[in-house]
Design a binder for this molecule. Structure first.
Ligand SMILES: Cc1cc2nc3c(=O)[nH]c(=O)nc-3n(C[C@H](O)[C@H](O)[C@H](O)COP(=O)(O)O)c2cc1C
Length: 356
């Protein structure tokens, strides 16, 4: 009998072997200029690789400038973005972690101030811009409605996404995650609450999934076979009439057919009215259900903070990986500390051995 996987079992996806099942969840740093990463990103992402994570996933990185949540969000919309990213991916890999990037577009949730500067919509004279969405419906009533995307806007978005994925490969990333969650552009197309289109990208579940599936399929065709492709989904909208777990299981199955390797199972944030029932591990049931229904690898995320909790999720078949966000901000060495608690081999860098 093969040993039951646990938090520190390696995970093989395509040819990539992750040293454990702990991923740093993508986290915007709002610290970039013109989409470029800098020493902040190097230190932030690099130290989490030093801390023993199996995968370090870089923040939502934008496929076009108007897709940024704030003017300080990272991008991959031009070749010049590649070189400074290479320095980071190279360092992450040298520490024994895998380097991943989340690609996305904020849709109607773009053009905002940094959270610590208020997190409000930027006006045009503050450097803001018109936002794009499937339908001219705002995220919350006090915001200006976004521009409804034309067919040409959709085709440009698809092309931008595919080009950004090609650049991500050239920047040394081994994993690409499509951001289809949290009320950003792909999620806005997926959800019947934000997508009221009458063309082939709106209406039925099949039509609402079309854009995400087209992008995934096109990306899979242009990236090398060994590059791992995943998608983060808001598995439910937590609102009447919104996305259900059955819809997400259907989408996961279709993504799998197009060569997507894993689903990162989040939820919520499609509109200001949606309220998530935050509690430890509250999204794990989505990862478990999608894993069981489709056989695709899944990641559980959301209020996973304790070593035993994370280990239990893997051992009980709740998910194949766990992603941690805020716990990793509090403790970049979370994986090393978890290994010590669970009596597993800790990936301590040799430079730091004398501290242990
Ligand atoms: C500072 C910060 C930035 C975030 N940025 C992103 C992001 O870029 N993309 C994303 O999908 N989720 C983002 N999230 C959500 C996290 O990835 C994660 O799903 C969420 O925080 C729940 O996990 P946690 O309870 O471990 O923090 C962010 C969260 C935080 C705290």
């Amino acid at each position: 009998m093969p040993e039951q996987p646990h938090l520190f079992s390696p995970l093989k996806i395509r040819n990539l072997v992750l040293r454990n099942r702990i991923g740093v969840s993508p986290m915007c740093q709002y610290s970039s200029e013109d989409g470029f990463v800098n020493d902040w990103h190097f230190a932030h992402l690099g130290s989490r690789a030093v801390g023993g994570a199996g995968l370090v996933m870089m923040e939502a990185t934008n496929v076009s400038p108007e897709g940024r949540i704030t003017p300080a969000c990272t991008g991959l919309w031009k070749d010049a973005h590649i070189e400074p990213l290479w320095r980071i991916t190279d360092f992450i890999k040298k520490q024994g972690a895998a380097a991943g990037v989340q690609l996305g577009h904020a849709g109607r949730k773009a053009s905002m101030q940094k959270p610590w500067e208020g997190g409000k919509r930027l006006s045009k004279d503050q450097g803001g811009w018109e936002t794009l969405a499937p339908s001219a419906l705002p995220f919350s009533p006090e915001l200006e409605p976004p521009k409804e995307m034309s067919g040409a806007d959709i085709q440009k978005f698809i092309a931008d996404f595919v080009s950004a994925a090609e650049r991500a490969v050239r920047a040394g990333f081994q994993i690409i995650e499509l951001h289809g969650a949290h009320g950003y552009l792909l999620h806005e197309f997926l959800s019947p609450l934000s997508n009221k289109r009458a063309d082939s990208y709106g209406g039925s579940l099949e039509n609402r999934c079309r854009l995400t599936l087209e992008i995934a399929g096109k990306i899979r065709k242009v990236i090398p076979q060994e590059i791992v492709l995943g998608a983060r989904l808001s598995c439910v909208d937590w609102l009447e009439g919104g996305i259900t777990i059955d819809d997400s299981a259907h989408l996961a199955q279709e993504l799998k057919k197009r060569g997507v390797d894993f689903i990162d199972c989040s939820s919520g944030f499609i509109s200001a009215a949606a309220k998530s029932p935050f509690a430890p591990g509250f999204q794990v049931p989505f990862a478990k259900e999608i894993r069981e229904k489709t056989g695709i690898l899944t990641c559980a995320v959301g209020l996973i903070t304790e070593a035993e909790q994370a280990d239990g999720i893997i051992r009980s078949g709740g998910a194949d990986m766990v992603f941690l966000a805020r716990a990793m901000l509090r403790d970049p060495y979370w994986p090393i500390h978890a290994a010590q608690k669970l009596n597993q081999k800790a990936e301590i860098p040799p430079q730091y051995l004398r501290g242990y």
